[in-house]
Ligand binder design. Structure first.
Ligand code: PEP
Ligand code: MG
Length: 838
């Protein structure tokens, strides 16, 4: 085909160059030119032109060359819309030939000139002519010998001499880069990063600075990529090109004066000063922390390129905050620049990036963070280890309420079964303990106290492993971990987020420790206190068991009388810690048998404590065992069948309310779980009101409270219109609601969830990402019917979905008042809510 007039643009302050037509790097270079920075002459090719080149139109490279002085060497670099989408590597020294080599030998010296030519032949042969890289590897030979060999190898393979015409070279380079962008691998890679199928590539042709004397190249940035703190970092390498200074050469210089070795500041103080000023100007005017690529030619500084400083998540927060504090960007923009999920990494220990990961197997990443410890197989062994001050990893097939104390004591938890909202996952996130569940890749031989890795290795009781709850990996040994940081910048950014968000964020907090965490993360209150988690300590569990074993109402009351002061103290602590912020307490929810001992040893101990025969204990446990406990005697059904329990809890809440001295009066919120019908609410409400009246009369104190329900069955959602008039609030328990809407066990779904997601049955795990279509429709129906019947009703969500940015978006659109999530997700939710409001 005939050579075509390519659409090329010289980079000037006014040239029509846009990110959408020429790519981000091209646009950035134009900004640098506008700032009057010393950018070498540059020409850019648009997406359309590059696409035509890829499709076989030969560019008229002579047209491009005519934009430059004759004889210069050129560098060609890619420019895609988003730098994360990748692109072909830069090609340097285009225009190099035997004739140029001879000319340059006069200024650079023979050896240097030969080396430049050699490097160009090597990269052209491999990247443009696509010859075998092995033939063109760097060799030990002297440059002239190596050059002769490379030219010969090229000619042998291509049956034509190495091209000497700069136009032919440039055309070849442009074509090969244009085609590389269209290759399948490159396409898949960038699509995985979110690039559209037709993402374009622009190309940049820039004159290279070559010189004698003080010359070389490097990169500079004004902030640390790891911490985000103000710190000049980068490297400079004399007589180098491109990013060579970042390679491992031994004679690279630090930029700033540095005790570890010589620096550019000492070697070329004036150039260093100029460079610093240019970098600061770029930071200010491009409104971003930039990594500056530069060359120095005879002492003169040139800026070749600028890219966003690569950054860790923690550096990202600090960089955004510093840019706002320096008045470079508004606070709102700083809030928008940080990805909410990236905060999770700041709240927990992490496996150090770059540390070696010896993966034993994988499961669901259920609670983020990493921890190392020795393997234990029982909750009591975990407690014993903790008592000895040893870090341990609790390994169970699945966890039950009996394991909670062990989970508290463990540094991390690993289970064979379960998914995102199984017991271990919910508790793990609540405690901030890293947790991997549903790790069925590993074989759990808990009785033999060993774990078989997917490659057959055996992990025994006491062996050291590491759980990475952020990736779902189980790792052998102890890779290096890095500490969490809740620094100033973090708090400041979230403070700014709070100024703009329009939905409240509460925490799910069961114990005073959880409440402390909730307060540390500045939650707007407690949205769900699961009271059953207050009965895990040994002495309380025993009384609870006595209560369950009671034969008569009298006996049950006696046991409840013992539990009352314990609950009252817990509630009093919660109110005190939350200092006037709302606290929503859920009445007892789980099936009672969850409190009973399942193994013989524990049953014997209980028989002793109760002074009853073992057979009676076993019989009672059997009696209480249900085929489908999650659909059985739990939630409000307990409240209807054994009303004394809820009476006791209501009394404890009211007594704790009036026990607050000073400060804002507390208005407790009491929540009834698992309702399905308005009559349930009516019955419980009547009794709770009666308890309130009794406490008022007995103590002479007055107080207010709010009563509401959890909507976590499909029927409650559909009948929200009947139920709402009895309620001050309705809170959606999307864990149970998802389980019941799908008819999918939240504790067993982990086994097949990955198969379901991989085959596209579900777009995502619905226990993880709120199912807008199904569960979401029920929420919408319930909200609409509930509001119609009771316009002032407060609506919220308190399932595990509460903290995810997607469900916050849903809740905002549906006009909910708040979301409630694990304390450790509160910061993420605060930031996500702010971004949605902006
Ligand atoms: C729920 O079901 O969504 C909920 C918050 O309650 P739990 O997880 O305790 O069942
Ligand atoms: Mg529930």
């Amino acid at each position: 085909p005939m050579p075509q007039q390519p659409d090329i643009t010289l980079v000037t302050p006014t040239a029509p160059i846009a990110v959408a037509t020429h790519g981000g790097r091209a646009k950035c270079l134009q900004r640098l030119v506008r700032l009057d920075l010393p950018v070498p002459r540059t020409v850019v090719l648009s997406f359309d032109t590059v696409l035509e080149i890829a499709n076989g139109q030969m560019p008229d490279a002579g047209m491009i060359l005519s934009q430059f002085e004759p004889g210069v060497l050129l560098c060609v670099r890619p420019s895609s819309e988003d730098p994360d989408w990748g692109g072909p590597g830069a090609m340097m020294n285009v225009g190099m030939s035997a004739e140029r080599r001879d000319a340059l030998a006069a200024t650079l010296g023979e050896e240097e000139a030969t080396r430049l030519y050699l490097r160009f032949v090597q990269s052209y042969a491999v990247h443009v002519a696509r010859l075998d890289p092995d033939e063109f590897e760097e060799t030990e030979a002297a440059p002239d010998v190596a050059l002769a060999a490379a030219l010969r190898a090229y000619e042998d393979e291509m049956e034509t001499p190495f091209p000497q015409d700069p136009a032919e070279q440039l055309a070849g380079v442009l074509r090969s880069m244009a085609r590389a962008w269209q290759g399948t691998t490159a396409r898949l890679l960038r699509q995985a990063k979110g690039a559209p199928a037709d993402a374009g590539l622009g190309l940049i042709v820039q004159q290279m600075a070559l010189g004698q004397g003080d010359c070389g190249s490097g990169v500079m940035q004004l902030a640390s990529s790891e911490t985000g703190l103000e710190q000049i970092t980068g490297r400079y390498l004399g007589r180098s090109q491109g990013r060579e200074a970042l390679g491992g050469a031994s004679d690279v210089l630090y930029l700033e004066r540095d005790p570890r070795g010589p620096s550019l500041e000492e070697a070329l103080p004036e150039a260093f000063e100029v460079l610093k000023q240019h970098s600061a100007l770029m930071r200010h005017r491009l409104r971003e922390e930039m990594q500056v690529e530069f060359t120095i030619q005879n002492g003169e500084v040139f800026i070749l390129d600028g890219v966003r400083v690569p950054r860790s998540n923690r550096a990202g927060v600090r960089i955004a905050v510093r840019l706002a504090e320096d008045g470079i960007i508004p606070r709102e923009e700083a809030v928008c620049r940080v990805e909410p999920r990236a905060l999770a990494e700041l709240l927990h220990r992490q496996v150090a990036p770059g540390a070696e990961r010896d993966v034993l197997g994988r499961g669901v990443a259920a609670s983020p963070g990493a921890a190392t410890g020795m393997v234990v197989f029982t909750a009591s062994a975990a407690q014993a280890a903790a008592a000895r001050g040893e870090a341990c990893i609790l390994v169970r097939r699945e966890t039950s309420p009996e394991d909670i104390r062990g989970m508290h004591a463990a540094s991390a938890v690993l289970t064979e079964r379960g998914g995102m909202s199984s017991h271990a996952a919910v508790i793990g996130r609540g405690l901030g303990v890293p947790c991997v569940v549903g790790a069925s890749e590993l074989r759990f031989q808990t009785r033999r106290k060993q774990l078989i890795a997917r490659d057959g290795r055996v992990v025994r009781d006491g062996d050291t492993i590491t759980i990475d709850g952020s990736t779902g990996e189980v790792l052998a040994g102890a890779p290096r971990l890095i500490e969490p940081v809740l620094d100033d910048a973090f708090r400041k950014l979230l403070g700014w987020a709070d100024e703009v968000r329009d939905i409240k964020v509460r925490a799910n907090a069961d114990t005073p420790e959880d409440a402390e965490t909730a307060r540390m993360f500045e939650a707007d209150g407690i949205g769900l206190c699961r009271t059953e988690h207050m009965f895990v300590e040994a002495d309380r569990l025993t009384v609870m068991r006595e209560m369950i074993f009671a034969d008569t109402t009298e006996e049950r009351r006696d046991a409840l009388d013992l539990l009352l002061p314990m609950q009252r103290d817990d509630f009093r602590d919660l109110f005190r810690i939350m200092a006037g912020k709302p606290v929503c307490i859920r009445l007892l929810d789980p099936p009672l048998h969850e409190f009973l001992p399942t193994n013989r040893v524990d049953q014997q101990a209980l028989a002793e404590a109760l002074d009853r025969p073992l057979s009676e204990v076993t019989r009672r446990v059997e009696e209480l065992t249900e085929y489908n406990p999650m659909l059985g005697m739990r939630g409000v059904r307990l409240g209807i069948a054994l009303p004394e329990i809820y009476d006791m809890q209501a009394r404890a809440i009211f007594e704790a309310t009036i026990a607050q001295d000073g400060g804002e009066p507390v208005v407790p919120e009491i929540m009834i779980p698992l309702v399905t019908a308005k009559r349930e609410v009516e019955l419980v409400k009547t009794r709770v009101d009666a308890v309130a009246a009794e406490v008022r009369t007995r103590t002479g104190a007055d107080f207010d409270y709010k009563l509401g329900v959890m909507v976590e069955t499909p029927r409650a959602a559909l009948r929200a219109g009947d139920i709402a008039p009895y309620c001050a609030f309705m809170s959606f328990g999307t864990n149970d609601l998802t389980q019941m809407t799908y008819g999918l066990s939240r504790d067993d779904a982990g086994r097949f969830m990955s198969a379901y997601v991989q085959q596209g049955v579900f777009p995502e795990d619905p226990f993880h990402t709120l199912d807008r279509d199904g569960v979401g429709e029920l929420l919408t129906i319930a909200a609409e019917r509930g509001r119609r019947a009771a316009p002032d009703i407060v609506l919220s969500i308190c399932g595990e979905h509460g903290g995810s940015p997607e469900s916050i978006e849903f809740c905002r659109e549906a006009g909910f008042d708040y979301v409630s999530c694990s304390p450790f997700r509160v910061p993420i939710a605060r930031l996500a809510a702010a971004q949605l409001a902006l």
